[in-house]
Every structure is written in structure tokens, then in C-alpha cells.
Write a protein that binds this ligand. Structure first.
Ligand code: RB5
Length: 146
């Protein structure tokens, strides 16, 4: 079963709670790396905590939330082996998994409401990597990290 790391900055706390409820309903195990209230924090710190746990293999996926989904995506993508995708529609979420083997989903709590966000989360968690021609391309992303 997929283990999921969650993190957000102060802008994402409410949406992260919705994601947690969804994961609980689905019986999917997760760990919440914070933050837990609206006291301002720096999104790279939170993104790093959860993405590092994925990089180490402790979790298969992470879901990171900030105001736009951009800051946490930029920060997470600095870590080797992390392929973070900011998705605000289900087509992108599906493609990020099927084509890019994304292991981190980022969401902007000030961009999407909880209904759409949870649909995106569902697609992201349910879609397998297609492999095939996409594997060569993902390998080329790995090569860029060296
Ligand atoms: C915080 O105000 C905001 O800058 C942050 O949540 C995020 O949108 C950054 O990319």
C-alpha cells in the first residue's frame, strides 16, 4: 500500500486537513510533516521535510501544498530523485503519473477548491506509471541530476 508524506505551509493547512480526511476514508497510510497552523512558515522547509522522506524511500509519494503549489514544487524538485508536479486539473495529474512517474503532487490552496483538489489527489494516487517510451525520458531526467 502506498505510504504518503504530507506537508504544507501556512496557506495550505485547511486543504491539507481535507486531504487527510480523504486519505483516512480510503485507508491510505500517511504522515503529516506540518505545518499545523496559520503562523507563517517558509515553504522550502516544509517541502524539504516531506520530499526528503520520499527521497529516502520512507514514503512512496508526497503531497505538498502552499498558496500556489509553485514554491513547494520548485523546492522539492531540488532533491535528487524527486519529480514534483504542480497539478490543478485531473488530466495533468494523470499525465504526471503515467508519463513522468511523478512522485510528488503539489497543490495551490489559493488556486483550487477542496472538491477539485481531492479529485486531483485521487487521480494522482491511482494512476500507474506507463513505462515504455516514457521510461527512457524519465531516465534522461535522472541523468540531468548527475
Ligand atoms: C505564502 O504567502 C505563499 O507565498 C506560498 O504559500 C506559496 O504560494 C509560494 O509559492
Amino acid at each position: 500500500m502506498l505510504k504518503i508524506a504530507l506537508a504544507c505551509d501556512h496557506a495550505g493547512v485547511e486543504l491539507k486537513e481535507c486531504v487527510k480526511e480523504y486519505l483516512q476514508e480510503k485507508g491510505l497510510p500517511f504522515h503529516d510533516f506540518g505545518t499545523f497552523d496559520d503562523k507563517p512558515v517558509d515553504y522550502p522547509d516544509l517541502a524539504h521535510r516531506a520530499a526528503e522522506a520520499v527521497r529516502k524511500g520512507l514514503y512512496e509519494r508526497a503531497i505538498l501544498i502552499c498558496g500556489t503549489g509553485i514554491g513547494v514544487a520548485i523546492a522539492a524538485n531540488k532533491l535528487k530523485g524527486i519529480r514534483a508536479a504542480q497539478c490543478h486539473d485531473s488530466y495533468s495529474a494523470r499525465s504526471s503519473r503515467a508519463h513522468n512517474d511523478a512522485n510528488v503532487l503539489t497543490l495551490g490552496a489559493r488556486v483550487v477548491g477542496p472538491g477539485l483538489a481531492l479529485e486531483i489527489v485521487a487521480v494522482f494516487l491511482e494512476t500507474p506509471f506507463q513505462g515504455g517510451r516514457h521510461l527512457k525520458r524519465v531516465s534522461k531526467i535522472h541523468a540531468l541530476e548527475e
